[in-house]
Design a protein around this ligand. Structure first.
Ligand code: GRF
Length: 208
């Protein structure tokens, strides 16, 4: 099977991106990260990409009249590099319908909770962990899933739980969940790039 051309979208520090870079370097992922695109000019993930010789692009929402045109620009950046798989690694903008249809079942997202809890509109970044702690649940976790038109509603690939202790605060919980995210995301991208992930309606089937 030929190596899969991967495009990663980020908005922040890019520790999930780093996990993918490490996975590719270690030969665990049969793919190549061909571009990292950020909607934030100073996202540290762009520095990580450059340090690893990966092509980068900054696409500023403010340069476009609407979300459709903004998304078209990102699509253009992906398509000119023949990207086959898009990974959202801490990317905070909503994708347009056109984008999602163009890459149907080829966009993977990582979310820092056990979907369908603490997800959807308004649940991103630290807000997720704050809501988890305020609610008082004893278990949270991470979910890696394909992206459909809803907010965090696409077919789930993997989930893993994380126990919450009485001492946890937003920072400690975020760090615990991030560790799990890195493992889940790398595993999901690895299986995808080996052609072992199939989607049947809402169900993701992971093959041998
Ligand atoms: C992660 O928790 C991810 O699940 C969420 O935003 C965070 C990004 O972290 N969507 P990083 O940029 O990969 O370090």
């Amino acid at each position: 099977m030929s190596s899969v051309r991967i495009g990663v979208l980020i908005s922040g520090s890019g520790t999930n991106l780093q996990a993918l870079i490490d996975g590719v370097d270690a030969g665990e992922i049969n793919g190549e990260i061909c571009v990292v695109i950020s909607d934030k000019e100073h996202a540290y993930g762009l520095v990580r990409a450059k340090k690893n010789g990966i092509d980068t692009a900054f696409v500023n929402r403010k340069d476009f009249l609407n979300d459709i045109d903004f998304n078209r620009k990102i699509l253009e950046e992906l398509k000119k590099r023949d990207i086959e798989l898009v990974v959202l690694a801490g990317y905070l903008k909503i994708l347009s319908s056109e984008f999602i249809n163009e890459y149907k079942n080829r966009i993977i997202n990582i979310h820092p909770s056990l979907i369908p809890s603490f997800c959807g509109k308004g649940y991103y970044g630290e807000k997720v962990h704050r809501a988890v702690l305020e609610y008082g649940v004893k278990v949270t976790g991470a979910t890696v899933h394909f992206v459909d038109e809803g907010a965090d509603t696409g077919p789930i690939i993997f989930q893993k739980s994380v126990r919450i202790s009485e001492e946890d605060d937003v920072e400690s919980l975020r760090n615990k969940v991030l560790k799990v995210e890195h493992v889940l995301l790398t595993e999901a991208v690895s299986l995808y790039c080996s052609g072992k992930i199939n989607v049947n309606d809402r169900k993701v089937i992971v093959g041998e």
